[in-house]
Design a protein around this ligand. Sequence first.
Ligand SMILES: O=C(O)[C@H](O)[C@@H](O)[C@H](O)[C@H](O)COP(=O)(O)O
Length: 223
Amino acid sequence: MNFVAYADREMMMLALADRIAGELRQALEGEGRVTLSVPGGTTPGPVFDILSGVELDWARVDVLLNDERWVPETSPRSNTALVRARLLQGPAAAAHLVPLHAPTEAPEAALGALAEGVRAVLPIRVLLLGMGEDMHTASLFPGADRLAEALAPEAPPLMALRAEAAGEPRITLTAPVLRDAMHCHILITGAAKRAALDRAAKLSEAEAPVSVVLKTATIHWAP
Ligand SMILES: O=C(O)[C@H](O)[C@@H](O)[C@H](O)[C@H](O)COP(=O)(O)O
């Protein structure tokens, strides 16, 4: 795995945003539209803040979340709300957000329509992922009810699954879609996640789902 350790978080967020912007800019030179996939959670906000101000042809960028928690957009746990508030601002407001949530009670009721939107923007050109201390990435949680299906090479791009650690039901991109991304970055902070990542390298995909991308990803870490 390609591991980059930064002296502090601020430097990491700046360097990572710059790298992502460069990859998008280069892709936009050769492609009509490009897809950027991003995580929710508590870590990526500062990268979004920086990236949103970058001058790019954002109108040709499709922004796709890695995963979504099945909560309304008014919830503080909504990844869609986070992306709207922190990434789709300034110049980046011109980007197109691919919906990963709909106001149905269960995710399964909306899965077909959402999956159609996802399929239309694959493959992912630039993939930014987070990771939990339990070694989940996107919403591929160890012990999730349908994890084996989501890790399989023939998995559909988007699946709904449930896991105790996840809280609410989740909708997530699956392993083949993550693996197919042209550029893959994992953003982690703190000693516990660094230790988890080292453990993941020695475990199976079912035990440590983040390992599906460890070969292709650049890991960005700061204390
Ligand atoms: O919706 C989510 O929960 C995420 O997309 C998830 O995969 C996240 O990246 C990790 O859980 C890390 O989350 P933190 O950054 O909050 O630690």
